[in-house]
Design a protein around this ligand. Structure first.
Ligand code: 13P
Length: 251
């Protein structure tokens, strides 16, 4: 059985006092709860990693970055390397989020480089894939996802077993239009079968998590689907009570 991973992607949100209140509320809410191997991950903006590292003392809560550089070190202003994230206690890092692919022109090749940099720094990359509404409506969904998956699988080769995949349909991000459980499960099952074609040994072990308008209300049924191994939560992860309910969904 694959264990579940619930990840909060705070994006460009948070501040010193909010973070403290959030971390205290979450730690308190998770105290003495049997999470059954479930991992909770908070990805704040980088500048708050140290603060959050000091606050998230509950053993099932981990820290993650929202991005890392495709370079290791040198004259790359504004970048953060995998090794730096590791120094600040990160266990995970989100890679290739659609907001970075769209706003920062991240290509599949850059996503592969970042994924490899994370792995060599000892951090688990959470690699995002997803299609736009337009691509889905014009019947291109599988083609688009297939390109993202196969670029990753061939680029990272035998390291694919160290990756978490995140399916985030772009049309469901921040829109309130969650994919239905049936839609999400169908894609997750298909993604797993694509991986199976190239790497049968890994496919059943690979965590594939879902993101896109996840809320306390839809988390339980999403987590019940056989190929959905966790959730990547944006907006709802900024509300401590709502996020705590998501973390505990289906337990
Ligand atoms: P929302 O949960 O706000 O739709 O964001 C999803 C997301 O992009 C998480 O990475």
């Amino acid at each position: 059985m694959r264990s579940k991973i619930i990840i909060a992607n705070w994006k460009l949100n948070g501040n010193w006092s909010f973070n403290e209140e959030f971390a205290n509320a979450l730690s308190k809410g998770l105290q003495e709860i049997d999470l059954k191997d479930r991992q909770i991950v908070i990805c704040p903006p980088n500048v708050y990693l140290q603060q959050m590292n000091g606050l998230l003392l509950e053993k099932s809560i981990f820290l993650g970055g929202q991005d890392l550089s495709d370079e290791l070190s040198g004259a790359f202003t504004g970048e953060t390397s995998g090794a730096m994230l590791k120094d600040f206690g990160c266990r995970y890092v989100i890679v290739g989020h659609s907001e970075r692919r769209a706003r920062h022109f991240e290509t599949d090749d850059m996503v592969v480089k970042k994924t490899m940099n994370a792995i060599s720094a000892g951090i688990i990359p959470v690699v995002c894939i997803g299609e736009t509404q337009e691509q889905r409506q014009s019947g291109l969904m599988k083609e688009v996802l297939s390109e993202q998956i196969h670029s990753l699988v061939s680029g990272v080769a035998d390291q694919i077993g160290n990756v978490v995949l995140a399916y985030e349909p772009i049309w469901a991000i921040g829109t309130g239009a969650t994919a239905t459980v049936e839609q999400a499960q169908e894609v997750h099952g298909w993604v797993r079968s694509e991986i199976e074609r190239v790497n049968p040994a890994i496919a059943q072990k690979l965590p594939i998590i879902y993101g896109g308008s996840v809320k306390a209300g839809n988390a339980p049924e999403l987590l019940e689907a056989p190929d959905i191994d966790g959730l990547l939560v944006g907006g709802a992860s900024l509300m401590p009570r709502e996020f705590l309910t998501i973390c505990l969904a289906g337990l």
